[in-house]
Design a protein around this ligand. Structure first.
Ligand SMILES: CC(C)(COP(=O)(O)OP(=O)(O)OC[C@H]1O[C@@H](n2cnc3c(N)ncnc32)[C@H](O)[C@@H]1OP(=O)(O)O)[C@@H](O)C(=O)NCCC(=O)NCCS
Length: 169
């Protein structure tokens, strides 16, 4: 059993197209203009994967979101999910929202029968790496120019069936 504090009482729900302006504001606040998804990309990602999204609001304002994309599987090769976005605005961090968003996103994957979840993360991103390690993710690949020059990323992987028990927030 975890000794961690309970996540703050936010309102968690799946996201929809009506939430996109607020989600984009979160994305810009979290990643900056250069790395935030442009609105049209968010729109298309939500058209594809909105059932794999989670948003959290605090007093009616969306302060964080998680979005999963799914690579369809076949009999020979099961579906793989990628965490395409996870962010909490700076003024609401360290209140448990990030961990809970991740946990709920992983639950959606599990319910959909997905066993493998992947994430890319900057190797120096201490808070995100801590969250992912705690959830059981392990580094499987590292690439110095994953998102272009000066943008290294590690690829982390979680096998849900075997390691979901490690996800305790
Ligand atoms: C990563 C992120 C989503 C975490 O959100 P959050 O709401 O603060 O998450 P939580 O409150 O659930 O947990 C934060 C954990 O990180 C830890 N943490 C925070 N800042 C840290 C730092 N600089 N170094 C190490 N750990 C840190 C906290 O202590 C906490 O750990 P604990 O649960 O063991 O106490 C948030 O920091 C964020 O949006 N970062 C920018 C976007 C980003 O990097 N997204 C991931 C891209 S792959």
């Amino acid at each position: 059993m975890s000794n961690d504090p309970e996540p703050s009482a936010g309102g968690y729900r799946s996201g929809g197209v009506d939430d996109l302006p607020a989600i984009q504001r979160v994305d810009v606040a979290v990643f900056g203009k250069d790395l935030a998804y442009p609105y049209f990309v968010l729109r298309q990602l939500f058209d594809l994967f909105k059932e794999y999204s989670v948003v959290v609001d605090d007093d009616g304002e969306i302060v964080g979101y998680a979005l999963i994309g799914v690579e369809p599987g076949s009999d020979a090769s099961p579906a793989v999910a990628w965490l395409l976005g996870l962010g909490v605005v700076p003024e609401h961090r360290c209140q448990g929202y990030g961990g809970e968003l991740l946990s709920r996103a992983l639950d959606l994957c599990e319910k959909a029968g997905i066993r493998t979840v992947k994430i890319t993360v900057r190797p120096t991103n201490a808070s995100a790496n801590k969250l992912y390690e705690k959830a059981g993710f392990r580094t499987v690949h590292a690439e110095n120019t994953y998102f272009g020059p000066g943008e290294p990323r590690d690829v982390l992987c979680l096998e849900l069936g075997r390691e979901l028990a490690a996800v305790t927030y």
